[in-house]
Design a protein around this ligand. Structure first.
Ligand SMILES: Nc1nc2c(c(=O)[nH]1)N[C@H]1C(S)=C(S)[C@@H](COP(=O)(O)O)O[C@H]1N2
Ligand SMILES: [Mo]
Length: 315
């Protein structure tokens, strides 16, 4: 990540003043954006920050024994570089992000490639509430009650063929609504990838909501991935394309700095980032630090995916 001071900025440093200044800065770079009173109106539509309630069922894959962070922690402290590089920026700058209508194309090495509307995605399977620990590569963590179902449910719809070995994901890139790659400091559209067996693992959550409601824009509305055993940047937001492919796909942070961010990016306290330790983390809202667990504590479920692999070399 583009870290200014320490990789672990305190939540209390998020000040209303910086929000205001950053928004002004952002507006200067958005063609067609206008300030109406105190509101930012994007050129392409009305506000979409309003969330709606979702019906959910209990999930056996929900993480137990963790205290859930209050919602404000995950709606006001975000990484979403298309809407600013500061943790406090996406909440403001994504406020008018147009997330409906929305289409996700699922294609590539499969028998039945097709497009899904977000309404079809919401109805494909019962929506489960899954509490997961989330560990950012910047050494902070959070516990969130996400809503969705296993990505495998969606992938099985298109029937992957034997040539499908990996899955490539792509975030929407709309320069009318988002920063330029130069402003964001990373190549856009944001892309990510998984090996097919990782993508088919039940814990890999196709996510449409959190805290009982649809996702707010800054958290990746209307549909994103959540991969609790990997560093947060693998959990790509606002997905428009999912492609089954034969070779290892590109991933944004790996393109940006391959020696710092690998393809696998499994949470691994034994493999430090070149610029900081990954042995401990700060849970948002807590003082002091916690010990980071291998695979973020999900080893019982996912370690078998990596049997025989050197996880220091394959970081
Ligand atoms: N498209 C896109 N997806 C993204 C990012 C991003 O900048 N752009 N940031 C990643 C990082 S670094 C993290 S930690 C998580 C943060 O998700 P959250 O803001 O919902 O906690 O989103 C990930 N997905
Ligand atoms: Mo992150």
């Amino acid at each position: 990540m583009l870290i200014r001071k320490s990789p672990d900025v305190r939540y209390s440093e998020v000040t209303p003043k910086s929000l205001y200044l950053n928004r002004r800065k952002f507006l200067a770079g958005v063609p067609g954006a206008v300030l109406a009173g105190n509101e930012l109106l994007s050129p392409s539509g009305r506000a979409s920050a309003a969330t709606t309630k979702l019906q959910t069922v209990q999930s056996a894959l929900s993480t137990t024994g963790e205290r859930i962070n209050p919602k404000e922690y995950v709606t006001g402290y975000n990484n979403y570089y298309e809407f600013g590089t500061g943790k406090d920026e996406p909440q403001q700058l994504a406020r008018n992000f147009k997330t409906y209508p929305w289409i996700v194309t699922v294609e590539g090495e499969c028998a039945k490639p097709r497009k899904f509307t977000i309404d079809e995605i919401l109805k494909l399977a019962p929506l489960e509430e899954r509490v997961y620990r989330h560990r950012c590569v910047e050494a902070w963590s959070i516990v969130v009650p996400w809503i969705g179902y296993s990505l495998s449910t969606l992938l099985n719809q298109v029937e992957p063929n034997p040539k499908a070995k990996f899955v490539a994901f792509e975030t929407l890139y709309d320069p009318k609504q988002m920063l330029s790659p130069l402003q964001a400091g990373i190549p856009l559209p944001y892309v990510e990838g998984l090996r097919l067996d990782e993508a088919m693992h039940p814990l890999a959550l196709l996510t449409v909501g959190m805290y009982g409601e649809t996702l707010p824009p800054q958290d990746g509305a209307p549909v994103r991935m959540v991969l609790p055993w990997k560093y947060g940047f693998k959990s790509i937001k606002s997905i428009v394309k999912i492609r089954l492919v034969g070779g290892q796909p590109a991933s944004t942070w790996n393109l940006y700095a391959p020696n710092e961010y690998g393809f696998y990016s499994n949470v691994n306290p034994n493999r430090d980032h070149p610029r900081w330790s990954q042995k401990t983390e700060r849970r948002l809202g807590e003082f002091g630090r916690r010990t980071t667990l291998m695979f973020n504590g999900y080893g019982d479920q996912v370690a078998s995916l990596y049997k025989g692999m050197d996880l220091i070399r394959n970081y």
